[in-house]
Every structure is written in structure tokens, then in C-alpha cells.
Design a protein around this ligand. Sequence first.
Ligand SMILES: Cc1cc2nc3c(=O)[nH]c(=O)nc-3n(C[C@H](O)[C@H](O)[C@H](O)COP(=O)(O)OP(=O)(O)OC[C@H]3O[C@@H](n4cnc5c(N)ncnc54)[C@H](O)[C@@H]3O)c2cc1C
Length: 534
Amino acid sequence: MIDVLVIGSGGAGLTAALKAKELGSKVLVVSKTYPTHSQTCQAQGGINAVLKEDQQDSVENYINDTYKASHKLGKIENIKFFCEKSKETITWLDSIGVPFSRDENANIAQRKFGGTKAKRTCYSSDYTGLKILHTLYDQSIKNSIDFLNEHILLELLVKDSKVNGAIFLNIENSKIIQIEAKSIILATGGYSGVYHQYTTNSYSSTGDGIAAAYRAGAKLSNMEFIQFHPTSLEGKNILISESARGEGGYLVDSKEQRFIDELRPRDEVARAIYKKQHQGDKIYLDLRHLGLEKIEAVMPQERKLVYDFMKLKMEKDLIPVSPSAHYTMGGILTTIDAKTTLENLYACGECAQSGIHGANRLGGNSLLEIVTFGKIAGENAAKNSKNKETVEVEKIRVQEIKKEIEEILKKECKTSFYSTKNELGKLFFNNVGLFREKKKMQKALDYLENKKEEIENLGVADKSKIHNKNLIELLEFKNIYLIAQLIVKSALKREESRGAHYRVDFENEKEAFDKISISIKKEENIEILFEEIV
Ligand SMILES: Cc1cc2nc3c(=O)[nH]c(=O)nc-3n(C[C@H](O)[C@H](O)[C@H](O)COP(=O)(O)OP(=O)(O)OC[C@H]3O[C@@H](n4cnc5c(N)ncnc54)[C@H](O)[C@@H]3O)c2cc1C
């Protein structure tokens, strides 16, 4: 029997798997993509840490910056732990072979990111996530960790409020399998995919693990908080990392005038850009003064992306940029031990609300979070499985799911969900995006409610069982549909502005909302509550 089943093979999943394996567990990593296709590979700018305490920076400053960015919704105990461990976390990544860029003294180089005055972000050129992921994957192979790729999680197996395994669909042949395990770790990434065609994320960020945890009865938290990155390539949604501004890049309007301190927190910069765009202006990233040599040294990938997608040269041209949904602060509520509210179930990485980011995330804090809490999840899941011989599961559920998939394949395909997915993405960007108000959000909720029956009865045009992409995308879309409801219902209930959640009808932060939001399944309904941060 599997001791620790890790679902998701991005940076969080692989770190958790390595830790559990180190502690002697039998580990299996299951994911819908190959590890090298996970979202983590796209991270460009870097990973935060205080490597040396001096006049420039200190752990205390780091704690203060992270807590300030969270707008009082971060949990101070968790933030302290996270920041105090940052040097150890980077040292570990360095020791297993992550090729960090170095300064003139051969120390790990650090650059400036937003929300802080210090140079705190370690990087590997502008391929930081890719290099981290490849190193973790190399280590996983070296440590003989077992992988089952291209298997999509459908549901968690729950008996008497205990999670004892999960049900997957094998993408290659559409077969349904059940995997039983003593501990389960969800590391399935975020849900920016709700903002389809308005997000820097890959198509796979559909919040599947969060949706499965919700259906299983776990508490979710802060689902209303979505981070919009200020600078994606206009019309392409390809990210130009904060490092471009950290290295000295400017934001200018069509008169080539700067209009904001580029290193203000992301929510403020993104809103300033969006506002100007809505006044008819066009916004550009200006890197020309940095010169080709510096650009090539610190952002070669981004320079290439700009040329490939826009036929523009960073050293010569102004780069048109626009905000896009980038990171989701909400997720499965976890403790400092990476425990969820369900027994045997752990969560880490972007799918978890671990008390670090609150209402806003500092750039560079996500890569640190996936490694810090990946380790904790692996360790505690391994410990949890130690004294168990076996687990009991409900055998009937897998049969029901097989039937449900057969029925989807049999159904006549009357409407294409692809157009609904585009419509929903646009509606959410405009109505539940950077500037929110009750009327517009209610319209988005009404849209979702009107679509309920259509979505429940969706079929697929492709009836094949071999690599049926159409079927997989429908299953993902159903998760997007659920997550969209969780976002808008939480956003409607939070009648204030805080960090990334900005309401034009409630423009101030309110003490009464110094609380995390909780989403929980009550029979077939979504219940939204607010809980004190304890
Ligand atoms: C363009 C871009 C640049 C970024 N740059 C930075 C940066 O410089 N610094 C920083 O700190 N953060 C950055 N971020 C954020 C950061 O990269 C992510 O938050 C982080 O990598 C998420 O890691 P993860 O392991 O939690 O999830 P992911 O890397 O998203 O991995 C999720 C895994 O879960 C699997 N999965 C999902 N659903 C299922 C399912 N149903 N069944 C089975 N498997 C499933 C996927 O296949 C994948 O293996 C960036 C994000 C983007 C989009």
C-alpha cells in the first residue's frame, strides 16, 4: 500500500515527495501533466530569502513586508516560520543543484522585487522556476520516486471524514482507477484558469484539487483574492516578470511619462495601469535605458518572448503591457503543519491557503512557499502514515464515477463548452477583476446560475477513449465553473477593499473584515463564512 500519495508534480508536489521518501515512506506522485509541464516551470523572476542580515535587510524586515502585503490576513506565526526558514530553504535548493545566478563574489545573486526596498530575490537568470523544477525532478529520479503521469484527479475517497485515497482518469485510455493511501497530499496548483484568456497561467491551472477538496468537505479560504500581475504582454497574456522593473525598467503612458512608482505592491500598480487604460491610454514597459548587455544578462527568456510574440526588441522598443490574472491567494485552508480540515489530507503550494499571502502576495514568495510547505507536507504526511497498516475505502464511489464518465461520453453534444469558457473568462476579468462592485458581480453570479443546467448536461463531441482532450477539458471546465462560484460568492460577501480585492462600492478596509473567508459545502450549497485568524 502507498504511504504517501502526492497529487501534482510541480515544485510543491516534488518537494513533498522528496521529503516523504527521505523519511522512508512509499511514495507515489500522480499528475495530469508531466512534471516538466507544471506551472512552476514558467516562474521567471525569482525566490525570496534573507541570506545575510545587515543594514540592507533582515528577517524582521522580511516578516514585516510579507505581513504588510497580506493586509492583516496573513497568519503571523506562519509568516515568521516561513521567513525565518528562508535561508535554510535556499541553502537546501543550492545543495541539491539549483544553478542560482551568482554575484561578483560568487554568492547567490539577489535582485529587487516589489513591496520591499531590499534586494531579496534569488534567481537563476529568468528561468528560476524551470531550474528549480528540473533539479527537483532530477532528485526525484535519483531517489527512485514512482510517478504516474497523465492521470487526472476526479475525486478524493472519503470515509467517516477521513481521506483514504483518490480516483483518477487515465488520460491515455480514459480508464478510471482508484488509488488507496495512508496520507494524501494535494499539490495541484491554483485557479487563475477561471480568467481564461486573461491570465498568465497555463491552461492546466483549473483549480481541480481545490474543487475536489471542497466536494470532499474540506474548508477553503480567501477564494476572492486573485492577484493581477501588472505586466503581461498586451493581448498575449505572456508574463514580463517584476524583475524587469526590479532591474530598473519604467512604466510609461503614451506620452512616455512615468505615472507610478513601479515597485509599489502589484495590486496598486495593476490598478493604476487598468485605470489609465480605461481612460483610453496605452501603457508600456520601457527597458531601453538598460541596454542590450544587461537585458541579455538578466532576462534573456523574456527578451526572446517579446521578440517571438510581438516582434519588438526590449533594448529599442516600448513594450505594450496590460494586467492579467496571475496568482490565486485562496485555496484549501491549511495549518502551519500543512494539514487540511480533513483527516489524512495535506495541501501545499498554490492550491493551499497557508496563511502567508493573505490579501496579496509578494513577488518571489510563491516559489519559497512551495518549497517550505512542500517539505512540511511531506514530513507530516510521512509521519501520519507511520502507524497505519491499511485504510478502508468506499468501493461504490469508483463504480459511480465510471458510470458518470460513460454517460458524458454517450451524451449528445448540443453546446460547445469552449465558447462558454471564453465568455466566463471575459466576464470574470471585467466583472470580478481588478475593480469590483456588487452590481457587476451579481451579474456574473446570475450568469453562472443561468448556465447551471446547461453545464450539468454537457457532452463532448469526441467520443474516443484514447487521449480524449475534449473530455479532459470538459472535466477541467466543470471545476472552473465551481471555482468561479466560490470566487464571486466570497467577493460579494467581503464588503470592503483589501489588497487585491478592490470594491468601488466599499473603498476602505474595514476592521470587521480582519478575518479570513471560509467556503464550505453545506448539502449542495456553498456557504461563505468569516473566521478570526487564530
Ligand atoms: C508566468 C508565471 C511566472 C511566475 N513567476 C514567479 C516567480 O518569479 N516567483 C514566484 O515566487 N512565483 C512565481 N509564479 C508563481 C509560481 O510559479 C506558482 O505559484 C508555483 O510555481 C505553483 O507551484 P505548485 O507546485 O503549487 O503548482 P504547479 O506548478 O501549478 O503544479 C501543479 C501540479 O498539479 C497537477 N495537477 C493539477 N490538477 C490536477 C489533477 N486534476 N489531477 C492530477 N494532477 C493535477 C499539474 O499537472 C501539476 O503537476 C509565477 C507564475 C506564473 C504563471
